[in-house]
Design a protein around this ligand. Structure first.
Ligand code: NI
Length: 169
């Protein structure tokens, strides 16, 4: 069972390496990440959040339903946003920042290029909450957290609370 790292763990701030080997180990990691995502009722999880500094995220855009019958897990390897259009503000949370939610403005639509677990190149257009979720996860690959999008005062307040929480845990 993978442990999801929480702020202020420094491993959440690393720049993840590109994946170059598409083998069983990568597929097993993706599977373990999906299990951790479901166990924690998340909609997405990035490899650095489980201490693996590689460019891979997993998502399930149906996950808010928490219905195992409609699960739609997907792994995105070396994902990169090529185009952003529009703007959309939604309330975000993150498994690495437990207990905090905040409004974040992001692109409403994105075009993303990525590779499958087998190394095949793909391109997809996403809009709305799906696009927001993937942008949030891709941020993790460069060590960025959703609080980094907030005004400095609010960001510092959340950081202080989280650091205090971590110390008393
Ligand atoms: Ni997150």
């Amino acid at each position: 069972m993978l442990e999801v790292l929480t702020f202020p763990d420094s491993r959440l701030r690393v720049k993840a390496e590109k994946v170059t080997v598409f083998d069983g180990e990568l597929a097993r990691l993706a599977e373990a990440m999906m299990r951790a995502m479901y166990d924690n009722s998340g909609m997405g999880l990035a490899a650095p959040q489980v201490g693996e500094a590689i460019q891979m995220v997993v998502t399930d855009f149906n996950a808010p339903d928490h219905n195992p019958a409609t699960r739609c897990p997907k792994a995105w390897v070396n994902p990169e946003i090529r185009e952003r259009t529009g703007e959309m503000t939604t309330e975000e949370g993150c498994l690495s920042l437990p207990g905090f939610r905040a409004l974040v403005a992001r692109a409403e639509s994105v075009t993303v290029v990525y590779q499958t677990l087998e190394g095949e190149s793909r391109q997809e257009n996403l809009t709305g909450l799906d696009a927001v979720c993937l942008q949030h996860e891709i941020d993790h690959l460069s060590g960025k957290l959703f609080i980094d999008h907030l005004p400095p005062v609010r960001r510092e307040m959340i950081k202080k609370k989280l650091t205090r929480q971590a110390r008393s845990a």
